[in-house]
Design a protein. Structure first.
Length: 362
C-alpha cells in the first residue's frame, strides 16, 4: 500500500512513519506543515528510504492537498495532523479550531473527491483513518469519588462525548465530521481514540519529557494541583503498531479505542521518573526534591481510562510495553539524545526548516 500520513513529523505521526517503513512493505507520503512540534529529525532513520516521501504542506490548504492526492495516488489516509496541547488550547484556541476542524474538513473533501474517481477495486479498498483522543469523552469518576468498592468505569467506543477543553472539543468536532462523511457520502472512514502517549521524540512541553529535562537541568518539576489526576499511559511504539493494524485490518465505520492498561496518577509518573534518574544519573540530592505543586489548570479532567477490549478481540492487538518498561526506555532515550533535545529547545531547528523546506505550492 501507499499510505498518506498527515502530521507524520509529529510525535505519534513520526512513530507511525518509522513503523511502516521499517516493519512493513508499504510506502508513506508524509504531509506535515512543520509547526513548532513537527520535527523531520525524528525521521532521520527512514528519510533516505525510497518508499518514503515528504511534502511540507498545510492540511487547510485545499489546492495543495488536492495536488498531493493527484500526484501521489495513495491507497489510504492516516490523519494525525492536529494541534494537541491542552494548555496551548486554553490560551490560544483559534489554531485548534483552524487545524483540527477546518483542516479535517479540507482533508475529508480532498480525499472524497479523489476516492470517487478511483476504479472499483481501489475504491473498495480505500480507507480514511482518523486518529483522535480519549479526551473527547470528558473525564471519568476518580477513585476517591466512587464509594463501596464499586468497579471504576472505563471509556468504551460507546461512551458519550463530553469534551472539557478547547483542544478536546476541536477533536470531538473532527470526529463528528469524519463519521458524518461516512454516513452522508458512504466515504470509508475509521476512527481511533487513544490514551496518553509517551516515548522517544516527544516534544518537551508535554509532561513526561518536561519532567525528565527539567530534572536534569535542576529546574522545578511542576505538578498540577495535588497531582492526583489519573491517565492511562500508552507507549508510542505500541500505538503506532495499533494504528497500522487498524488501517490495514479494521472495518469501515468502526471506532477502536487504544489504551495502554496503565492507569497512573500524574504524581506517580513524576515520582517514577525521579526514581529512574536517581538510579541512572545520581546527584547529591534526590530529584524528588525538585517536585513543585502549581495551581491546577482550568477544566482539568481528573481521570481518563480506556477499555481496549474491542481492538484486542477483533484485531488481536495488545500493548507490548508495561509502564515500567516503557518509561525506562523513554528516560534512557532522552539521556542518549541530548542533541535532538537541544535542537528543538534552542529554536535553531525552526530556522533550519525555513532554510531547507518550502511550503508545497499547487
Amino acid at each position: 500500500m501507499k499510505i498518506l500520513v498527515t502530521g507524520g513529523a509529529g510525535f505519534i505521526g513520526s512513530a507511525v512513519v518509522r513503523h511502516i517503513i521499517t516493519s512493513t512493505p508499504d510506502s508513506v507520503i508524509n504531509v506535515d506543515k512543520l509547526t513548532y512540534a513537527g520535527n523531520v529529525e525524528s525521521l532521520a532513520a527512514v528519510s533516505k528510504d525510497p518508499r518514503y516521501a515528504f511534502v511540507k504542506a498545510d492540511i487547510c490548504d485545499k489546492a495543495a492537498i488536492n495536488a498531493i492526492f493527484a500526484e501521489h495516488q495513495p491507497d489510504a489516509v492516516m490523519h494525525l495532523a492536529a494541534e494537541s496541547h491542552v494548555d496551548r488550547s486554553i490560551t490560544g484556541p483559534a489554531d485548534f479550531i483552524e487545524t483540527n476542524i477546518v483542516g479535517t474538513y479540507v482533508l475529508l473533501e480532498a480525499a472524497r473527491a479523489y476516492w470517487q474517481n478511483l476504479d472499483a477495486a481501489r475504491k473498495s479498498a480505500f480507507r480514511f483513518h482518523h486518529i483522535s483522543t480519549d479526551e473527547v469523552y470528558g473525564d471519568l469518576p476518580h477513585p476517591d469519588e466512587v464509594k463501596g468498592g464499586a468497579p471504576l468505569p472505563l471509556f468504551t467506543e460507546k461512551t458519550s462525548y463530553a469534551p472539557s477543553s478547547p483542544y478536546s472539543a476541536s477533536k470531538a468536532s473532527s470526529d463528528h465530521l469524519v463519521r458524518a462523511w461516512l454516513r452522508t457520502y458512504g466515504f470509508p472512514t475509521i476512527v481511533t481514540n487513544c490514551s496518553n502517549n509517551y516515548g522517544p521524540y516527544h516534544f518537551p512541553e508535554k509532561l513526561i519529557p518536561l519532567v525528565i529535562l527539567n530534572a536534569l537541568e535542576g529546574k522545578p518539576l511542576p505538578v498540577y494541583g495535588k497531582g492526583d489526576q489519573i491517565r492511562d499511559w500508552l507507549y508510542v511504539e505500541d500505538h503506532a503498531r495499533a494504528l497500522y493494524t487498524v488501517v490495514t485490518q479494521g472495518k469501515v465505520g468502526e471506532t477502536y479505542n487504544i489504551g495502554g492498561h496503565n492507569e497512573k496518577q500524574n504524581l506517580q509518573v513524576v515520582e517514577t521518573i525521579c526514581d529512574l534518574l536517581d538510579e541512572l544519573v545520581p546527584k547529591d540530592d534526590s530529584y524528588h526534591r525538585q517536585i513543585t505543586y502549581v495551581k491546577d489548570r482550568p477544566g482539568h479532567d481528573r481521570r481518563y481510562a480506556i477499555d481496549a477490549e474491542k481492538i484486542s478481540k477483533e484485531l488481536n492487538w495488545k500493548p507490548v510495553e508495561t509502564f515500567e518498561s516503557g518509561i525506562r526506555k523513554t528516560v534512557h532515550w532522552y539521556l542518549e539524545n541530548s542533541q535532538w533535545v537541544k535542537n528543538v529547545k534552542s529554536g535553531a531547528y525552526q530556522a533550519w526548516i525555513k532554510q531547507n523546506y518550502s511550503e508545497r505550492q499547487p
